[in-house]
Design a protein around this ligand. Structure first.
Ligand SMILES: Nc1nc2c(ncn2[C@@H]2O[C@H](COP(=O)(O)OP(=O)(O)O)[C@@H](O)[C@H]2O)c(=O)[nH]1
Ligand SMILES: [Mg+2]
Length: 390
């Protein structure tokens, strides 16, 4: 079986590199995907607040999962359960049944142990941020709550204070919620990142017409407090802000295009598309992880990628490469070599086509998404997007 071959004017160019067969490419894909998923790690968030305050609803609004239902919980200390959702990049410390007072003290003692044992671990395994939730309709903020927030801060956790279930009318926050927030802010608590309470409503209210709001602000504030090492996992984990994912992916594609240009610039006679494939595989793996697509589907995604990138293996794949080269400015340079520009453009086209596949998958409901990722549709849509790129 031939590997990827660059074609121009229907003249095949023999690769000077060892032929990249489908099996070999598939193996590289699986390894690169595993590495990209592992490199992201987990974004670990601790959420505190009384029962019914809206912890699960808020987490669901930003991460798209009902953690308590879909996650596998593991009690880590009294009152605190750690959920790691299979196939996702969120780790959640949920204080189910948490009240202030003695229960709060017990949690803090347990948390201190957890955090001190984590301090020896790499940054991406630690707790990265804490949300402390207060429901506006409670209309009060007790001293014990203030002390709890201070204690979290002194344990080294950045705390974002979130007011939940806040009603609005004509875009105005309920005055009582503003008053409660002003009171909380007057206590000089170490509120991250800007000393202010974040107003949210995680569920639109059909009866009052109150819209959902504040989730993007909360997410932005969370980015502002998390260490660099956890930001990429947060981007993969959250489902609210596609723009963040796109930005991360654009950086990955540009970096890969730069590397490809370097490969194309090397004066190797008969440089061909096969030389570009390993770099493209790394790029595709990193794109997949950045979008937060499920690691359990990596086999089927690797299959799709290897079918397409070993263009010589399929007529369609060959067509994609040939078509692309025709539209690259300058095309393949006289004779055989792929220039730096061609290499970069081809790699960019591959990256952007795969990004579109990922975004399509993300737009589907979880069950449909899984079905899509496991079907040959992944290959077909990857090829389709690749062919339509100019
Ligand atoms: N209108 C509205 N209802 C909410 C909101 N957040 C939670 N709820 C409701 O409040 C109840 C408790 O929410 P839940 O997320 O389970 O609270 P938890 O115990 O803190 O996890 C549920 O019936 C939710 O539907 C919100 O932002 N707006
Ligand atoms: Mg809950």
């Amino acid at each position: 079986m031939r590997g990827v071959i660059a074609y121009r004017n229907n003249v095949s160019i023999q690769p000077s590199t060892p032929d990249l067969g489908r099996e070999q490419v598939l193996g590289m894909f699986e390894q690169q995907l595993a590495e990209a998923f592992a490199a992201l790690g987990t974004f670990n968030l601790a959420v505190f607040g009384k029962t019914g305050v809206g912890k699960s609803t808020l987490v669901n609004g930003i991460f798209g999962s009902d953690v308590a239902r879909t996650g596998v919980g593991q009690p880590v200390t009294k009152g605190l359960v750690y959920y790691r959702i299979p196939d996702q990049f969120l780790g959640l410390y949920d204080s189910e049944g948490f009240e202030t007072g003695t229960a709060g003290d017990v949690i803090l003692t347990g948390l201190r142990d957890i955090l001190s044992s984590q301090s020896a671990k790499p940054m991406h395994e630690r707790i990265h941020a804490a949300w402390y939730l207060v429901r506006w309709s409670d209309r009060r903020f007790e001293q014990a709550q203030a002390e709890f927030v201070r204690a979290l801060d002194s344990l080294g956790l950045p705390v974002i204070l979130v007011m939940t279930q806040v009603p609005t009318k004509d875009g105005q926050v309920h005055p009582d919620a503003i008053e409660l927030a002003a009171y909380i802010e007057s206590l000089n608590l170490p509120l991250m990142p800007h000393g202010k309470v974040v107003f949210t409503n995680a569920l639109p209210d059909r009866f009052t017409g109150a819209p959902m709001f504040g989730l993007q602000e909360l997410l932005d504030d969370t980015y502002a407090v998390v260490p660099e090492a956890a930001a990429r996992a947060l981007t993969a984990a959250q489902t609210l802000d596609l723009g963040r994912k796109k930005k991360a992916v654009a950086a990955i594609v540009n970096q890969a295009a730069t590397i490809a240009a370097g490969i194309g610039a090397t004066p190797i006679p008969f440089a061909d598309a096969a030389l570009l494939v390993p770099n493209q595989i790394t790029m595709i793996a990193r794109i997949t992880a950045a979008y937060g697509l499920p690691p359990s589907k990596s086999r089927s995604m690797a299959v799709a990628g290897s079918v397409v990138l070993t263009g010589g293996a399929t007529l369609a794949g060959r067509y994609a490469v040939t078509t692309l080269l025709k539209f690259v400015p300058g095309g393949a340079v006289a004779g055989s070599a792929i220039s730096a520009t061609v290499a970069a453009t081809l790699t960019k086209a591959v990256g952007m086509a795969w990004a579109r596949v990922c975004e399509y998958a993300l737009s589907l409901e979880p069950a449909q998404r899984d079905a899509f990722l496991e079907s040959s549709q992944v290959t077909e849509s990857f090829l389709g997007y690749l062919k339509s790129s100019r």
